[in-house]
Design a protein around this ligand. Structure first.
Ligand SMILES: Cc1cc2nc3c(=O)[nH]c(=O)nc-3n(C[C@H](O)[C@H](O)[C@H](O)COP(=O)(O)O)c2cc1C
Ligand SMILES: Nc1ncnc2c1ncn2[C@@H]1O[C@H](COP(=O)(O)OP(=O)(O)OP(=O)(O)O)[C@@H](O)[C@H]1O
Ligand SMILES: [Mg+2]
Length: 499
């Protein structure tokens, strides 16, 4: 089988690992489902072209494993579906039909939208699993695994994603190593292909040329796979401004603190970080609007981040950061901003230094960051930079000492960035009194009206104990005036200043 042979003869170890993993997924799927129960969703794009050849090899190897291979593969045995659309590139259509002819594929052309088309397909056929060329960086891949049931609201089937963990580089390494044909648009600067309305050649492949027609290098020349979708016209628009522009509207900067961790919710671990972070934020003049604890679940994270990022100046999120299956925070942040997670070579470099020989296989998965919105905040005291996605700071700290260090660096870095005023300190005074609630309630409300710029808080340490009144603001003189005004409302000596 020529594909299998080409990979075995190649000395690209990484490609071999990717290939073996994908073949494993395919052969498992072919063991789990009968050939009538599987389908392949093919659209002539580079990812589905990779999958076409992997399926050809996988089927061959599966048959061999079962002891019934004769070495040949005259016709492609998996039902193949193509959702044809009037807005597809003619080159894509031509390549799809051409490939069908070359490899003996019986194409089922569907001219409906994905959902209705799949509903009809599943009603008419015993299909239970569909192979897709989805890769982890695709916006639609968020939350998917190699075997992922279709989403709620979609007809029920298993989505099988054998190349989910492949990078852009892997795709081109495979197509070039196997010397297989791919759609001609990829030789004209297109790096990811949607419809004719939302896809143009990737400007990063543009060749400076004096002639009037702009020229582009082929897709495989793109050195940084993170820019694969640079030729796609952006769909989402309304992203809240970064802190520093919008924030000037508020007198006080608003923060939200999000913890991610099933263990906090089950009471297995004590969330010290939330408390510490709230103290730190308050001490530098921020007003914490909300703290929340979320499950290790991408959708929970994305919904909460989306909500908080639009009402707060800055969102601080911690927990669920790392390479484990439960580490979903960055995927949730990516989903909240409607971008994909993509391998970040700079971040990967840091991780490589940090874990070097302890790491086997492909390190890319650990270095996936929300694409196009991530800023790495470097500090010499940190072995890995802090991650800032627009107005969301992702903290890697897992205990208060680590948080202390990250916080120190963060405040230094934001000051270095010229944002000193954003970290302007709050001044505060606390007064203790043995007056009853009823006695202080009304005068305090009136004080609030007289001093709208001063935050007035009350709390007590026990039901019967004294009340502590907290006055906070950015102007010391105003706080002193408020304290004076409050004292004037009562007999002398009923309020004691607390340190
Ligand atoms: C065979 C097939 C199965 C799909 N299954 C799902 C699904 O289970 N859930 C979902 O949200 N989208 C599903 N989709 C839609 C894709 O995730 C995605 O929206 C689409 O490929 C992107 O196309 P667009 O960029 O034109 O919107 C499926 C698409 C295909 C072709
Ligand atoms: N119109 C379609 N018909 C059939 N399958 C499709 C269609 N659109 C998408 N798919 C499936 O979804 C997968 C992911 O699509 P995606 O656009 O990310 O990749 P691609 O088209 O293969 O490559 P590229 O990223 O270069 O466009 C495809 O590989 C294919 O399995
Ligand atoms: Mg495509």
């Amino acid at each position: 089988m020529e594909i299998d042979k080409a990979i075995r003869e190649s000395d690209d170890k990484r490609l071999k690992t990717k290939y073996n993993n994908a073949i494993f997924v395919i052969t498992r799927a072919l063991s789990l489902y009968s050939i009538e129960e599987v389908a392949f969703s093919f659209n002539g794009g580079k990812d589905s072209t990779v999958l076409l050849h992997l399926l050809r090899a996988g089927y061959f190897l599966h048959k061999k494993e079962m002891g019934c291979s004769n070495g040949g593969l005259p016709n492609f045995p998996v039902r193949t579906i193509y959702f044809e659309s009037p807005s597809a590139f003619t080159e894509i259509n031509a390549f799809t039909y051409d490939a069908a002819q070359t490899y003996g594929i019986q194409l089922d052309i569907i001219r409906q939208d994905f959902k209705s088309g799949l509903e009809a397909l599943l009603t008419a056929n015993p299909i239970r699993a569909i192979f897709l060329g989805v890769r982890i960086g695709d916006p639609t891949a968020v939350g998917q695994e190699q075997f992922s049931p279709s989403s709620p609201g979609w007809p029920p089937f298993m989505r099988v994603n054998p190349i989910l963990d492949w990078s852009y580089r892997d795709v081109w390494a495979f197509l070039l190593t196997c010397k297989v044909k791919y759609c001609s648009l990829y030789d004209q600067g297109y790096t990811s292909i949607g419809s004719i309305h939302d896809t143009v050649p990737n400007a990063l492949l543009s060749v400076n040329d004096t002639s009037s027609k702009e020229k582009f290098k082929p897709a495989y020349m793109l050195s940084d796979g993170r820019s694969e979708r640079a030729g796609r016209v952006k769909k989402n628009a309304s992203i809240k401004n970064d802190v520093g522009s919008d924030s000037q509207k508020h007198e006080v900067l608003l923060a939200s603190v999000i913890a991610v961790g099933d263990e906090i919710l089950s009471g297995t671990v004590d969330d010290q970080l939330g408390l510490s972070l709230c103290k730190k934020l308050t001490s530098v003049g921020w007003s914490v609007q909300q703290t929340s604890v979320l499950r290790n679940d991408i959708d929970s994270v994305s919904e909460e981040v989306d909500r908080q990022r639009s009402i707060c100046d800055m969102v601080f999120i911690y927990g669920g950061v790392g390479p484990l299956h439960s580490d979903v925070t960055l995927a949730g942040v990516a989903k909240a901003f409607g971008v994909r997670l993509a391998p970040d070579e700079e971040f990967e470099e840091y991780l490589r230094h940090l874990i070097s020989e302890h790491c086997t296989g492909d390190r890319n998965e650990m270095a996936q960051l929300p694409e196009g919105i991530t800023e790495l905040l470097h500090h010499e005291k940190l072995s890995v930079p802090l991650i800032k996605c627009r107005n969301v700071i992702v903290l890697a700290a897992t205990n208060t000492e680590e948080l202390e260090k990250e916080w120190e660096c963060l405040t230094e870095l934001t000051k270095l960035g010229g944002s000193t005023s954003l970290m302007e300190l709050y001044a505060s005074r606390r007064l203790m009194t043995s007056l009853t609630d009823v006695e202080v309630a009304e005068p305090l409300s009136k004080l609030g009206l007289e001093f709208p710029d001063i935050y007035l808080g009350c709390y007590r340490k026990s039901r019967q104990g004294p009340i502590i009144i907290c006055l906070k603001g950015k102007d010391n003189a105003r706080i002193d005036s408020a304290v004076h005004a409050l004292r004037k409302k009562f007999k002398e000596g009923v309020f004691v200043d607390m340190k």
